[in-house]
Design a protein around this ligand. Sequence first.
Ligand SMILES: *Cc1c(COP(=O)(O)O)cnc(C)c1O
Ligand SMILES: [Zn+2]
Length: 383
Amino acid sequence: MTYYECTQCGKKFPLDKTIYLCPVCGKDWKPGKPLVGVLEAVLDYEHIVRNFKFETPEWNLFSVVDSKFYPPIQIGNTPFFEATKLSQQYGCKVLIKFDGCNPSGSLKDRASYLMVAEANRLGEKEIVCASTGNAASALATICASTDVKAIIFVPKSAPQAKLVQMKLSGADVREVDGTYDDAFKASIEYTEKYGTLNRNTAYHPLTIEGKKTVAFEIYEQNGFNVPDYIVVPVGDGVIISAVYKGFKDLKSAGLIKTLPKLVSVQTETSNAINSYIETGVYHDAEDPKTIADSISVKTPSNVFMAARAIEETNGLTVTVKESEILPAQKSLFQMSGVFAEPAAAVAYCALRPLQKIVKPSESVVLLVTGHGLKDIESARKNV
Ligand SMILES: *Cc1c(COP(=O)(O)O)cnc(C)c1O
Ligand SMILES: [Zn+2]
């Protein structure tokens, strides 16, 4: 009753074997182009309706991989609270979901956790990934709790703390003298050569399934209410697609009636998704260099699904100037106690444009995706 469905042609595929892109739509895809034929898991929503209880919510009902394969380390269940000083300043209810409090310090743990569970299910002993830093340190961290080995392609220029994390954890780290997009290409070549399970974001459909658990936590921690807005820092567009998928699953299972409006925040140099949503024409971000390293992407892998997430929720785009990022990190910290890495701090920059449209009775969730201690060099510029 549960299967993968191509988000472009609707073709269905069984879950038992490893599959990345739709073999029809993704046939001509090459690294260096946005992914086409990304697969999405379709669940047995009637089974969920019959078995879900609000008193004892069993979120594993929404999981594609049986919980007996889960790694022993615990992820998620991160803090969620109202930032009352920000609520006062912006005249609406401002809530923070602090996913920097995951074991490796970012939301990426959610995707790696499910991918390592999938490796356990398949009996795979290695997982490969490309990363700007956080996906790799997440994979390295989760793998360290199991017998699965992480093979990581990462740009040499990644922040020191992230490189230290992945090296110290025992992962096989291959530093790429280039950008994230170069690392992505190297990891795809590795998978094609050695057949190793690939965790690249959106390329494997379970990365979206893993990240969607943040939506369930927001819903539960918000007293089983759907917030009006959720602000998401966007790079490849997988987190925002996953938040959308999580709420869509809740709606398909009849638990909720409306979806939160999703706000995509990118930086001015790394804005391929926002610019696609605004103009309807896709082009790469020419030179995506930004201090918000985790959302620096030339060719975002999940641009089309991310655009759908924003359109179908009546969401909006916010593009942040480079000069706003470090002040946002400082203000967010001083107004809420939350220390975010630069890529996560950009969520704060959406509050000012939102102030014009959000009603005083409405709620805005800032999804803080990574911890400030991940990148002390950048934060030091603020001190
Ligand atoms: C990966 C990441 C993002 C962006 O997620 P995408 O799925 O690439 O859009 C945002 N913030 C942090 C801290 C991240 O590590
Ligand atoms: Zn297809």
